[in-house]
Design a protein around this ligand. Structure first.
Ligand SMILES: Nc1nc2c(c(=O)[nH]1)N[C@H]1C(S)=C(S)[C@@H](COP(=O)(O)OP(=O)(O)OC[C@H]3O[C@@H](n4cnc5c(=O)[nH]c(N)nc54)[C@H](O)[C@@H]3O)O[C@H]1N2
Ligand SMILES: Nc1nc2c(c(=O)[nH]1)N[C@H]1C(S)=C(S)[C@@H](COP(=O)(O)OP(=O)(O)OC[C@H]3O[C@@H](n4cnc5c(=O)[nH]c(N)nc54)[C@H](O)[C@@H]3O)O[C@H]1N2
Ligand SMILES: [Mo]
Length: 781
């Protein structure tokens, strides 16, 4: 390279949920020349190339736009949302419209008519995290209806306070070093797919889960993959595979528990000392309370795991140090509270809870850092969300009900929420056409409010279905700090490129709106971007100092690019519930009884038939053992995508190259494919009573018959834009997923509970997900 060419090149470190990486750019043309991982990451994610590839792509939104009908008259043409074209407007005009909509909504309907529960992963940086800066803004604007819970592990989060007296499900994890040193049998309900460990909210750093898996295999740990899909545990680990029917894990765990008890293999001393409610639970288990013993034969009919395998597994579990891990996916299903409660009950029967490498764990392998060693108590630099004067919070999976059933009561966690009437939705950093289930019903709901405002970098589905679209920058166009909840790094995210066309940072958009609405200073505190980063950093650094850490001053951190927190104690993290086991009187749990609750009197007082006072098997709303399977004989699992983060980066070549016939692949067992005359590469229609979408066939022996599987996140692309019930052309599984709550307790989403049929589809329409919406004449202003 000649000297002048190298002078023009700049290498900048940035970070994302999928890792820290360096980007090489041409200073004069702003062209991205190369990307590569950082030295301290042993296995950088291939996703890192995707954002630099699309950062300035043709789908970037260049300036503000307003839906044609909205520009004519707010609210009047709300049913046309998603069907109409957009008119380009100036920033001044767009922000004026936003302020008018906010003010009129507040005056006419109050702040309870504003939904700001905007859910989404947005970007890794802690300052420019779109849902956070949105909430800070809406709080100062008088408040907003918020969401409660999450899509990831919401059912577990809802029930855990009753079982263990805590809701931090993402901390109920036994870490890899402890597993490798102590566990002998690792039983993985839902597996622990390596592809999911590419990411971590706030920035994965070292991708080392494969190395730990290999260490576990070398240590001779036996690994069992209990999942409809064998690929949920890496093949290198050579796991045993029990191909369970989807949504029946609770029944399998009950069958294991029954075998333990009927053979006297349960640890009665543990149950008496550390648990409450065992005698009542045992009556249910043995069938004394309902005439149905939950024995291995009973469990085998429900799960299709042979009774002998269940009995053998129970004996193996009782004979050695066993860790039961249940993936988050298992609880993202109807009655998802039950497998969570039952995992803990099973571990209590084995009596190894609180022993190193034994007991239970959740979410192993869901995200990168969760089981990696990191010191406890690292604070994260953050921007305050402020105080929201509106107290209504609606479970995140129930947004469609919120919008379609104003005034009605929603039972939730022993309370009743009166659903308010929403007139304005403000959404930034999430994709509701990705995270919500039953998209046809959701689309009907999305057409109810008078105004929908969205910030997006690209013409994604949420942008196309908005009224006012404000173009935001991406993480590569701003400075920020990355910090994951499960990790030991703070990452400097240096600005790589100037903002695209008229795109602005979410924070700057809200700062200007706040100015216009009269609370500018309260919002931005007159700090520039770099002043905010320094402020957030120093605030977190002080807390870190109080906890015995010594991160360097801001300037040093910023120029070095990363700070790694040392493990304070050279011993590994404390064993989960180790102190409780050592002395349950000195270290009681925060439950009513101070112990692990196998029966909850609080839950009994709610009198819910869909979440009873002890863990139990309740048939899911639809499953392969139910009536509906006669019409829709395939269970659709929609898991996390290998080649993108949810719907993010779907337009990049990594994701596009993974498509089959231009659509999201759907995996079918050879038997199911043959029965339907399907071959690799065929386009199929996947359907049930809720809707239909097209996908590309990939035949795979890695999943059990009766189950089809595909990744979530293909950009929603209806054949008839904006029309409820339209065929979706690109492969978005949420067109057919069910939108009930897990139970009245957690009311969480049940994306993994869904039956469908699949048939060949000839002459499919072309995919238009990656095209612009129609753009009309320029704004006269
Ligand atoms: N069927 C099915 N559905 C599921 C799941 C499932 O297992 N099955 N899983 C669920 C789970 S666990 C989750 S967490 C959710 C995830 O759902 P989401 O978090 O909503 O999905 P993302 O695709 O990450 O949405 C992020 C959006 O923010 C935009 N964005 C990125 N950076 C910025 C920024 O800086 N500013 C602004 N304004 N926008 C930005 C992106 O373009 C994208 O549109 O999906 C849920 N949906
Ligand atoms: N690359 C990448 N990684 C990601 C994400 C991403 O978008 N891309 N998203 C992240 C997010 S937000 C989250 S919450 C986590 C989610 O982490 P998980 O919820 O653990 O991940 P999933 O991929 O949804 O599901 C894992 C596997 O569970 C199995 N499974 C589904 N239903 C059942 C069942 O009823 N019983 C049993 N035994 N198994 C079942 C499926 O075969 C599936 O492959 O992943 C994170 N990791
Ligand atoms: Mo998630």
């Amino acid at each position: 390279m000649d000297a002048r060419a190298s002078e023009r090149r700049k290498i900048t470190q940035t970070a994302s949920h999928w890792g820290a990486y360096k980007v090489e750019t041409d200073l004069s043309t702003h062209e991205v020349l190369a990307t590569r991982g950082v030295q301290f990451d042993p296995h950088p994610s291939p996703l890192q190339a995707s954002l630099p590839e699309v950062v300035y792509d043709s789908l970037r939104i260049d300036q503000p736009y307003v839906r044609e009908g909205y520009l004519r008259s707010r609210g009047a043409s709300r049913a046309e949302r998603g069907a109409q074209g957009f008119v380009p407007v100036s920033w001044d005009k767009a922000l004026t419209l936003v302020c008018e909509a906010l003010q009129e909504t507040r005056e006419q309907h109050g702040n309870e008519a504003i939904y700001g529960g905007s859910y989404g992963w947005a970007s890794a940086g802690r300052l420019h995290h779109a849902p956070s800066v949105l909430k800070r803004f809406l709080a100062l604007a008088g408040g907003y209806v918020d969401k409660v819970g999450n899509h990831s592990y919401g059912a577990a989060q809802g029930i855990m306070p009753y079982i263990l007296g805590r809701a931090d499900v993402n901390r109920l994890v036994v870490s890899w070093p402890e597993v490798v040193s102590h566990t002998r049998l690792l039983v993985l309900f839902g597996g622990a797919p390596l592809k999911n460990t590419q990411i971590d909210a706030g920035g994965a750093v070292k991708h080392e889960n494969l190395d730990w898996y290999m260490k576990a295999a070398q240590a001779g740990i036996e690994v069992i993959c209990i999942s409809p899909q064998r690929s949920d545990v890496p093949a290198q680990v050579a796991p045993e595979w029990l191909p369970i029917r989807p949504n029946t894990d609770t029944a399998l765990m009950l069958g294991l528990a029954h075998t333990l008890v009927s053979n006297g293999l349960h640890n009665q001393e543990f149950l008496a000392r550390y648990c409450v409610g065992y005698p009542e639970f045992e009556r249910y288990l043995l069938g004394q309370s309902d005439n149905t013993p939950k024995d291995a034969t009973w469990a085998s009919h429900i799960t299709e795991v042979p009774a002998e395998s269940i009995e053998q597994l129970a004996r193996r579990m009782a004979s050695t140090r066993t860790l039961i891990n249940t993936s988050w996916s298992v609880q993202r299903a109807d009655h998802g509270e039950q497998p969570v409660w039952m995992s803990i009950a099973l571990a209590c029967l084995l009596g190894q809870v609180g022993m190193p490498g034994g007991g239970f764990s959740f979410g192993f392998g869901a995200i990168n850092g969760i089981a990696l060693p990191y010191p406890a108590g690292i604070p994260r630099p953050k921007i305050s969300l402020g105080h929201n004067p509106v107290t209504i919070k609606v479970p995140v999976g129930r947004v469609t009900d919120l919008l379609l059933r104003p005034g009605e009561q929603l039972a939730y966690n022993g309370q009743s929420i009166q659903l308010p009437k929403i007139e304005l939705i403000y959404s930034a950093g999430g994709n509701p056409f990705h995270h919500n289930t039953n998209l046809n019903r959701f689309l009907q709901a999305w057409k109810q409010p008078a105004t929908i405002i969205v910030h997006e970098p690209w013409w994604t589905p949420p942008a196309r279905f908005a009224d006012i679209v404000l173009p935001s920058t991406t993480t590569m166009e701003r400075n920020d700090i990355g910090a994951a909840e499960h990790g030991k790094y703070w990452l400097a995210m240096h600005q790589v490129l100037p903002p695209y066309c008229q795109a602005r940072n979410d924070f700057d958009i809200f700062s200007e709106l706040a100015e216009r609405l009269g609370f500018g200073f309260a919002y931005h505190q007159n700090r520039s971007e770099m002043q905010w980063l320094r402020y957030m950093y120093e605030e977190a650094r002080q807390i870190a100092g109080e906890r015995g850490f010594a991160p360097p001053p801001f300037a040093e951190f910023w120029s070095s690019g990363a700070y790694e927190f040392p493990l304070l104690d050279s011993a590994a993290q404390p064993t989960l519930l180790g102190d409780f086991r050592a002395d349950p009187l000195i270290h009681p749990l925060h439950t009513s009884s101070g112990r692990i609750e196998l029966v909850s009197e609080k839950i009994r007082s709610f009198d819910y038939d869909d979440c009873q006072p002890h863990p139990c098997w309740i048939e899911p709303a639809e499953w392969l053992g139910g009536e509906q399977a006669k019409r829709y004989p395939l269970h659709l699992l929609s898991n996390q995508p290998r080649n993108r983060l949810h719907s993010q980066l779907d337009q990049a070549s990594l994701s596009r190259n993974g498509e089959i016939s231009g659509r999201e692949p759907i995996y079918l067992n050879p038997l199911d494919a043959r029965r339907r005359g399907l071959l690799d590469g065929d386009v199929v229609r996947v359907f049930n009573d809720r809707g239909a979408f097209l996908a590309g066939v990939q035949i795979s022996g890695e999943l059990r018959p009766g189950v089809v599987s595909m990744a979530t996140g293909a950009w929603y692309d209806p054949e008839m834009a904006g029309s409820v019930g339209s065929l979706e052309k690109h492969g978005n599984p949420n067109v057919v997923t069910l939108d009930k709550g897990t139970s009245r307790l957690a009311q969480c989403s049940v994306a993994q509970t869904c039956l469908v049929e699949v048939e060949k589809y000839n002459q499919p329409p072309s995919v238009t997900a990656f095209a612009w919406p129609p753009i009309l004449q320029s704004d006269p202003s």
